[in-house]
Design a protein around this ligand. Structure first.
Ligand code: FE2
Length: 390
């Protein structure tokens, strides 16, 4: 009897590990597909297939392997497993290795030595407003989930020590904003409050790295939200894949009309204290092409919607790259971190700071998302302070 109980728990554990491997493979695949320039119309049915496969597989395993066939949960032996299931479990094992690697990478992550300081303040905007600013857009039920951090906005300040930064720019500040996703699900008041918080920070540059509108009709929200944030030297933006899903030209026109610099597929040079800062914008793979940086700039700053352009940025010698798109995964599991991250690199660059010589990459968690659900992954606005030396 004791042996039967032991075998039951051992086999149940092994089957659970294979199920985890299977789930990992599907999520890994769906993450990478979302890094491709495919329209949401194409991705949506694949997401539904992914959801179905993840739920159905454990049921099928339980029935065909645990309770019938080799009856592994009823005292049966693995030697009775047929060739089909042997192949299936071999494939699942690949996913198990992937999951183990993801756990190790998450636990080993530390910001690079270039990030010498970080501090942050959190504001509960729902409490400030007196109620949750929930509108009538898609997925509005998600916002009401208990413990959802969607309205708990973190304003973080990170100081980067960069040897290549001209000494004349010591202390240059950049407000990095990303992924505001106006959809109507979260009311305008949330973004107005966020803009109010951000506008209290004195900064030299404001950089927005894409995904502004899911509902193009909400372009009129811009003057009382994003546009309230000032910058001493200029405000720059690019668009993202969610802007690309619908007609994004009115968004460009509106922001440009408000005095923002459109960096889509292009580069501008800003002279600061006699030194040349080149700021480029990259909306690929969804819109346009990579920008062309001039050869005589003192420092290259890249705004890229996705961090997936990191290899290209390194090849160009980009000094600092700002990205969004991955939202930090939105739901982060203790010990594992982000699970869903729509990137060719999976969860590697879900959010945070990374250094891959010669490029320092900062990936924002963004402020919202079409699925307004966040756990252990607060919405973020970041003030970056650049210091020369190191
Ligand atoms: Fe986004």
């Amino acid at each position: 009897m004791a042996r039967l109980t032991f075998m039951f728990w051992m086999n149940a554990t092994l089957l659970l590990i294979f199920v985890a491997g299977h789930t990992t493979l599907w999520i890994s695949g769906i993450n990478r597909l979302h890094g491709l320039p495919w329209h949401d119309r194409t991705l949506k049915p694949i997401r539904h297939l992914h959801d179905f496969a993840i739920v159905a597989f454990p049921c099928i395993v339980l029935w065909r392997v645990g309770l019938t066939g080799p009856k592994l949960l009823l005292g049966g032996s693995w030697s009775a497993l047929d060739a089909f299931w042997q192949v299936v479990f071999c494939i699942c094992t690949l996913g198990v290795f992937g999951l183990a690697w993801a756990i190790v990478r998450h636990l080993a992550y530390r910001p690079p030595r270039q990030q010498i300081r970080q501090q942050s303040t959190v504001t509960d905007i729902a409490r400030q407003l007196g109620s949750k600013p929930i509108g009538h857009g898609p997925h509005s039920r998600l916002v009401r989930f208990p413990g959802n951090e969607q309205f708990s906005v973190e304003l973080s300040q990170k100081t980067f020590l960069l040897p290549q930064l001209p000494v004349e720019w010591n202390g240059l500040s950049i407000l990095h904003l990303s992924d505001w996703h106006f959809s109507g699900t979260i009311r305008k008041e949330y973004f107005e409050q966020a803009a109010e918080i951000a506008s209290r920070e004195e900064v030299d540059l404001v950089c927005f790295t894409g995904d502004l509108l899911d509902n193009p009709a909400l372009v009129d929200w811009l003057p009382s939200t994003l546009d309230r944030i000032p910058a001493r030297l200029g405000r720059y933006f690019i668009l993202g894949n969610h802007d690309w899903y619908s007609d994004f030209q009115p968004t460009r026109a509106k922001l440009t009309g408000l005095g923002w610099h459109d960096l889509g597929s292009r580069c501008e040079v800003l002279e600061i204290n006699g030194r040349r800062l080149a700021i480029g914008g990259d909306e690929t793979p969804w819109i346009g092409e990579h920008p062309t940086f001039p050869g005589d700039a003192d420092f290259l700053l890249l705004l890229s919607h996705a961090p997936d352009t990191i290899a290209w940025a390194r090849a160009q010698g980009v000094d600092l790259m700002l990205a969004g798109h991955n939202h930090g995964g939105q739901v982060r599991i203790p010990g594992l971190g982000a699970v869903f991250s729509p990137s060719l690199y999976g969860c590697k660059y879900a959010s945070g700071t990374f250094y891959e010589a010669p490029t320092l990459l900062h990936v924002s968690r963004g402020l919202a998302g079409i699925h307004p659900l966040r756990y252990r992954c607060r919405p973020e606005m970041t003030r970056l302070i650049l210091q020369s030396g190191g």
